[in-house]
Design a binder for this molecule. Structure first.
Ligand code: NIG
Ligand code: FE
Length: 421
C-alpha cells in the first residue's frame, strides 16, 4: 500500500524496540537504523526501513527530505503545570538570597500567588497563555504532555483549568493527558479537613465529565501528609483514576513507598528519596519521574538517578513546567540537565522521555516508540548523532516535527491547520 508521506534518507533513526518499563540495561539500549525512511498512512506509522522506499511511492505520496538529520520518537513531557495565570518573577531575587521554597509558600506566596492570578484569569486568557506554551514545547520537539490542574484550589477554578486543557486538546496538535490536582496546596481561606473532603467530592464530577484520567497530590511537609495523600488517592482509585504523587521532593516523607503501595503510575521529583524507598521502587512498575529542571532552578539537590537506575528503578524525565519552580518550556534543556546533572547517558534520557514516559501515561500502545501502527509522532533534529543533542547544549536542535503523520513544525516554524488557532 502506498504511503501518504515518507521522510526519506534520515541519517540515523533511534527507537527502543523493547517493552517498557525499561530499566537497567534495557534503559541504555536503543535500535539505530541508518539511512532510514519512515512512512505514514492515515496518521499512523505505516513502515520503517533502511534503503529503498520506492515501493511505497504512489501518485499522491509526499516526500520529505530527512538528510542531515536524526529522527527520534515525539518527545513526551509527562509532568507539567501547563495551565496557570500570571508569572512569579517577583520571587526571583528571594530565591537568589536563599529563601526556602516552603517558607515562601507558608507566608502565603508561591503557589498561593499563582492561585490568586489563576482564579482571576478568564478562560480565554488561560487558554491563550497555555496555547503559547504548548507552541514552545512543540518547537522543542514535544508531541505529548501531561498537564495538571492545581492552581484553583476551589471547585470552580479547578474545573476551569481542566476545561482549558479539554479545549486545547481540540485546538492544538500536542496531545495533553490531563491530571486533576486539587491537592496541590491547602487553600489559605478554608480549614484543611473541609478542603480535603471537597477535593474528594470534586473527583466524582471530574470523572463523570471525563475531564481527567489521573489524580496527583503534593505529598510534602506543610502540604499534604502521607495519611492525607493516601486518603485522597484511594478515593481516586475507587473512581477509576490512575494515581501519582509529588513525592519526597524536599523532605523524605516516604511518598515513594506510598506510591508503590498504591501501585501508582509514577512518583515524581524524589530528590530526597530514602535508600529503602529506592529498593522498594526497584521491585515495582511505578516509574520514578525525575525533574532536573526544578533542582536546577531552585538550586537544590538532584535526585539520585544513577543509584536508582543501577538498582533497577525505571525512570522517566519531565520538565515540571510551572511559574514557581521551573519556568521553562525548553524540554531539550531539561534533557541536557538530566544527562549532565543526573549522569544519565543520551540513550537513557531518550528512553526516559519516550518509552517510559508513554508507559506511565498509559499510552505506550500509541506513542513512545517508532513502530508500525503507532501514531506518526516523529521529531527530526539537525544533528549528526544522538550524543550531539546533549553535547551542544542550551539551543534548540529540532528541525521538523510530525504529529499524526503531518508536519506541525518545519525548519523551526509552526505550521497551523484549519482547526488550530
Ligand atoms: O512540581 N512541587 C509542587 N508543585 C510545583 C511547583 C508549583 C509552583 O511553585 O507553582 C512543582 O515543583
Ligand atoms: Fe510539579
Amino acid at each position: 500500500m502506498f504511503a501518504d508521506r515518507i521522510i526519506t534518507h534520515i541519517d540515523h533513526l533511534y527507537t527502543t524496540e523493547e517493552t517498557p518499563p525499561l530499566r537497567k540495561g534495557a534503559l541504555n539500549r536503543v535500535r539505530v537504523h541508518d539511512d532510514a525512511y519512515i512512512a505514514f498512512k492515515d496518521g499512523l506509522i505505516h513502515q520503517i526501513g533502511m534503503g529503498s522506499h520506492d515501493h511505497l511511492i504512489g501518485e499522491h505520496t509526499i516526500l520529505h527530505d530527512g538528510r542531515h538529520s536524526i529522527a527520534v520518537p515525539g518527545l513526551i513531557d509527562s509532568h507539567t503545570h501547563l495551565v496557570h495565570g500570571g508569572t512569579r518573577e517577583d520571587e526571583y531575587e528571594r530565591l537568589l538570597e536563599g529563601t526556602p521554597y516552603l517558607d515562601i509558600l507558608a507566608e502565603g506566596g508561591g503557589i498561593h500567588g499563582t492561585v490568586e492570578k489563576t482564579r482571576k484569569a478568564s478562560f480565554e486568557a488561560l487558554l491563550q497563555k497555555a496555547f503559547r506554551s504548548l507552541d514552545q514545547m512543540m518547537l522543542h520537539g514535544v508531541t505529548t504532555i501531561e498537564g495538571k490542574s492545581g492552581y484553583g484550589l476551589e471547585t470552580k477554578t479547578e474545573l476551569k483549568q481542566l476545561h482549558v486543557m479539554k479545549r486545547l486538546n481540540e485546538r492544538h496538535p500536542v496531545k495533553i493527558v490531563v491530571t486533576a490536582m486539587g491537592a496541590h496546596a491547602v487553600p489559605k481561606d478554608i480549614d484543611r479537613k473541609t478542603y480535603i473532603e471537597s477535593v474528594i467530592a470534586d473527583l466524582s464530577t471530574i470523572k463523570r465529565e471525563n475531564l481527567a484520567s489521573a489524580v496527583d497530590v503534593f505529598c510534602e511537609t506543610g502540604v499534604y501528609s502521607i495519611t492525607e495523600t493516601k486518603r485522597i488517592l484511594l478515593a481516586a482509585q475507587k473512581l477509576g483514576f490512575r494515581v501519582k504523587l509529588h513525592a519526597d521532593e524536599i523532605d523524605p516523607l516516604g511518598g515513594a513507598g506510598l506510591a508503590v503501595e498504591l501501585n501508582a503510575s509514577s512518583a515524581d521529583h524524589l530528590m530526597a528519596i530514602s535508600d529503602q524507598d529506592i529498593m522498594t521502587m526497584s521491585t515495582s512498575d511505578t516509574i520514578a519521574n525525575l525533574l532536573p529542571g526544578t533542582s536546577f532552578y531552585l538550586n537544590k539537590e538532584y535526585a539520585p538517578a544513577r543509584k536508582m537506575i543501577d538498582q533497577g528503578v525505571a525512570v522517566s524525565i519531565s520538565g515540571d513546567y510551572n511559574p514557581g519552580s521551573c519556568p521553562t518550556e525548553n524540554f531539550q534543556l531539561i534533557m541536557q540537565l538530566a544527562s549532565n546533572k543526573l549522569k544519565m547517558t543520551p540513550t537513557e534520557v531518550l528512553n526516559a522521555v519516550t518509552a517510559n514516559a508513554a508507559y506511565h501515561l498509559n499510552l505506550f500502545d500509541k506513542v513512545g516508540s517508532l513502530e508500525v501502527g503507532k501514531r506518526g509522532n516523529v521529531v527530526l533534529m539537525r544533528v549528526p548523532n544522538l550524543s550531539y543533542v546533549f553535547y551542544h547544549f542550551g539551543i534548540n536542535h529540532t528541525k521538523d516535527v510530525f504529529i499524526d503523520g503531518l508536519p506541525t513544525v518545519i525548519d523551526q516554524r509552526i505550521i497551523r491547520r484549519k482547526n488550530h488557532e
